[in-house]
Structure formats: C-alpha cells, structure tokens
Design a protein around this ligand. Sequence first.
Ligand code: CO
Length: 501
Amino acid sequence: MTTTPASISSDQNRYSRDDWRRGYQSQRQESAQWLSDSDIEGTIPPELNGTFFRNGPGLLDIGGTPIAHPFDGDGMINAIAFTDGRAHFQNRYVQTAGFVAEQKAGKPLYRGVFGTQKPGGWLANIFDTNFKNIANTNVIYWGEKLLALWEGSQPHRLDPHTLETIGIEDLDGTLAPGAEFAAHPRIDPACVADGGQPCLVNFGIKAGLSSTINTYEFAPDGTLLRRHARSIPGFAFMHDMAITPSYSIFCQNPVTFNPLPMLLGFSGAGACIKFDPKSPTQIYLLPRDGGAPEVYETEACFIFHHANAWESGDEVILDSICYTNFPTVEENTSFLDVDFDALPAGELWRFRIDRTTGQVSRTVIESRCCEFPTLHPDRVGRSYRYLYSGATDQTSGNAPLQAVIKLDLGAEDGQIGRKIYSVAPRGFTGEPVFVPRPGGMAEDDGWVLVLVYEADRHRSSLHILDAQNIEAGAIAKLNLPYHIPYGLHGSFTTDIFTPAS
Ligand code: CO
C-alpha cells in the first residue's frame, strides 16, 4: 500500500449504510410502459429525443442464495425512450445461457465458480472463459445492433424495441466463439482513416502469463474496418481504454497474480491479485494503424476507467480515474460490509506523456472521489473542456456515489471549475450520460441523464439535468415503477425505440 486514505469525519458522512445496501436488492420485475404525467416531475425537454440504455446486475441473489459480488450479477437492461416530451420505460434480463439455466433450476448452478468467490471474484472473468457470460456491464447500439457487453466473452445481441435477447453475437464472424470483447468501446467521432466518418473502437484482452490485446474498429454500418493483435508481457488487468485519432491507450496496472490458491480451490481469484506499489504503471500507446506499440512508465497507481485522451504535438495527454492502491480482496467478507474508509478515493489525474523524452508527468485534477466519467461525444479523443462524473457527496475519502460533478477544465483563467448536483443523504447515483442538444454549439449545451436510487421510497428515478446548470437541480425527474439495482454503464442513441415503434 502506498498511502493510507484520509479519514472521514462523521459529520461529512451523510449516508446510511442500510440505505445504500437496499439499492442492492434484486429486481425480479420486468415491464414496459409509457410513464404517465403523474410519474414525471418537471418537464421533459421536447428536443430530447432518443433512447437511454443502461446495463447492470439486476439479480443479487439466485433463488435466495446471495451472489458474492454485484459484478457477478446477471445483466438487466433498462431503456428509457424519449419522444416529444413523453417517456417510455422498459427493463428486461439478458437471457444468457447461464441465466436461463439458473432461473429454471431456482438455484445457482455456477456456485463452484462464483458462489464461493468473495468480493473481487469478478476479476476471474478476465482470464477464464469458462465462466457464465453474464452480459451485465454495458449496452450500446451500433451497426443497427443493440449489444449487451461483458468483457470476458462475446456480446449478446438484443432487439432494441423490446429488449428481447436474440443471442450471442459474433459481429459478422469477427469474434471466434468465446472471444473476449470489452465493455468499454469508444466512438471516434471523426476517424481520420475513414474520411471523417465515426467509427467504434473496442478491444478484447486475453490475459495470461503474457497477454494479448486485440483491437477492433467498426464502421457505422457494423463492418469491421481494422483489427490488430498485440502481445504484451505479464498478466494484463485492463478494463478500459482511451483513444486519440492515432492511438488506442491502455494502462497496465501493477499487479501480480498468483493463481495457485484459486486453482487449488482455496481462494477466489480476486484474492490472488496483489497490487505491487514498487512496480510502475505502464502506459501503452498502440497505433491504430497497426504500428509498433510504445510503452511508458509512471508511478504505481490503479485505474479502472479513463475519462479522455488527446494529442498535442509530441505529447499525449490522458485523464483517468486513479487509485493510489488496490486493496487485496479479503476472503469471507461480503461486499455489503465493505469498509469505505479503507479504500482510497478515485481521483481524476492528468498524465502528460512526452513521446520525445519518454517522460510521464502527472497532476491531480480532482481529489473528490469520482467514478464513471463521461463527456460530449464529439470531444472523445480530442482536447475538451467539460467532464461529468459520478462523485461522492463528501469531499474526501471513498464512499458511495451520491452526486454528479461537472468539471470545467478549460476556463480562460486556468482555474478548474466545479459544479455539484447531490442527491444525498438518501439518494445514490451512478454513471451520468451527456446528451448534446440538437443543433447546440457550446460543449456543455445539452443534458445530463443519471439514474438515482431513492432509498426513502425504495424506487429509482431518472434525473434530467441542464448540463449548463447542473447545480440548479433536475429539470425533470422520471419516477420509475420500481427500484433499479445500482448499475454499471450505458449509452444514448438518437434512435427512438419503443415496443411499437
Ligand atoms: Co467499466
């Protein structure tokens, strides 16, 4: 461990652990319905048209047996379609083979793999493709296909109108059976290799004693444009990727992996992962045209998610959510009992990679705990001014996300601007999604959508914020028929999908 986290004074800590835990109750209901006027507080902007998709674990137990970690929970898709000021909500489970079999049996069938895993067991997903493909991490609409993503294997294709599962998707033969396809695609808004057309960039990690990074780029119609395979030394723990016009960028977290206790059945996979504070974090720049990889080093830190990256002369700048360490997972503890005070805060750091000198410098942009950063889709891979992220209500230490933070990184006076929308003490947030206003010119002209779990009502709601004024509160709040367990990632498409459309 490199640092000990700052202690949190009790007056700062405004949430109740019981409130937070209730957001992790399984949701077995599935439905599709237009929200009525009484479900909507405020006014949905009539220019907001399209569909917000969100994925996440919906079941936190199987037939009453708790699962070990929410990242192991079966994927449930939520979709909220907006059309002319109205909103249609639906949610549905991805009918993976494992989900169907376990629901039929009424008990966990994968207990040997997952049920005995402790928090962090999801790490195992990355390097063992025999696990249940739970399709729970992200959902995107691309190439006229709605895809539920999980990094350990192939995506599942869904009907975007009804969320019915069509089946495992190989992307027109691109993916071999069981091939890893990450949950963190990036859309290059104007790909230089394709005459300025957008393209979808994604990757798959085959991790082992040495690891392979497969990268894929797809045209708007879903056609595969480019694919490259690069081998890197060591066990790769890479959940996310950033892109620039020239590079896909990966950070190799400094971890050692000793699988023996897991293989012998003594231990979950997470407990086999050890953060090594003495080793550097490695930053790989993989030229998107297939050129030779470049590798740079910086002090040890742990990264799940990147915010953005861009090129400036001989520099590549990378903004990421960083942790100063990654605690080794304790056996025989429930994620519901996690000691937030023992976890480092996720801080937004900026890395400047000088390709001429090989040096990497880094600065902390935001020390309040953040996760799930997002930005205007046209600024992906480019210099940008505004970043939105889930954040804690309290200003230091780790805690559940209860706010959305908007950072102004490009003010003329050089100061970083911060605006907060908090739903504490009884509300809990997750990943925000920025939706540009049609015809808008300013980078923050649009809306921020965020699902909120409201512990006082044990229901969830979708909050629509004016991105230029998030601190003013929601301009519309859509009260959903029941609670949605805390989710992971989602996306917005301007296509409007309802069962009848
Ligand atoms: Co993620």
